[in-house]
Design a protein. Structure first.
Length: 246
């Protein structure tokens, strides 16, 4: 099994390439700044890893990508690159839940603890978080609570063992979660690769034209009035509600 995986749903660009399976599998990775750099750097870095591994795109089993939720532009970039590469090599695509990948990244950091309950959190900007909850049991992830778009103070962590994500520096003091362990985690491409075999076995691979993003927010920018209100609120030291949609 040869798999290419990438995620551009956050301000980090993560790419990983796996050749083979099991203990004999080889792994090549690239993690760097994303954001505005993603559109120009993603494909060249993919090509560089493919050359290092001595693989052609036709040698791959599937193209794995972080489908969201996450950055609007980042998700569109990932989907378009996944579609283009998969069409060109006649490959299936495997979209993966980015919040599940966050939970998987945290699980590995914690030493693959059994019966682990994780609430995954990603910064959605505009004073909001993306969240979902999962349980890992017997090599299987189960989603306990689906995607939500919330303000930090509204987090209901349901007594999960771990809060995992990229939100703690910005919102940590506003998350009312006494007793929960916090783990900085991201939807890395390596996490996507660890999830991929099980998802492929479950029939989650799709034709290239179905490489679509998971959006849970339709609104991706503040209006002029909202920006003015936020600026005025900061001037008087009052937090502003910058808009909420689901």
């Amino acid at each position: 099994m040869n798999l290419l995986a990438f995620d551009t749903s956050t301000d980090r660009m993560s790419i990983a390439l796996q050749r083979g399976v099991g203990s004999s599998a080889q792994l090549w990775q690239h993690n760097a700044a994303g954001g505005a750099l993603t559109s120009t750097h993603l494909i060249p870095e993919i090509q560089r890893l493919m050359a290092q591994a001595g693989l052609q795109f036709g040698d791959l089993t599937a193209i794995v990508f972080g489908a969201g939720p996450g950055s609007f532009t980042g998700l569109r970039t990932a989907c378009s690159v996944a579609q283009g590469l998969a069409f060109g090599a006649a490959l299936p695509v495997l979209p993966v839940d980015t919040l599940l990948a966050v939970a998987e990244d945290a699980r590995l950091q914690l030493g693959a603890a059994p019966n682990l309950q994780v609430t995954a959190l990603l910064d959605a900007r505009m004073d909001e978080l993306y969240t979902a909850s999962y349980t890992f049991n017997s090599d299987l992830w189960i989603k306990n609570k689906g995607y939500s778009l919330i303000h930090p103070e509204d987090l209901n962590w349901n007594g999960a063992d771990v809060l995992a994500g990229n939100v703690f520096a910005a919102y940590g003091e506003r998350l009312h979660t006494p007793g929960a362990q916090r783990v900085d985690a991201l939807p890395t491409a390596a996490a996507l690769l660890r999830l991929a075999p099980g998802l492929l076995a479950n029939g989650s691979a799709l034709p290239a034209d179905q490489a679509l993003p998971i959006y849970i927010r339709d609104k991706v920018a503040q209006t002029t009035l909202e920006r003015a209100a936020a600026k005025a609120a900061l001037a008087v030291g009052t937090p502003a509600v910058l808009g909420r949609s689901a």
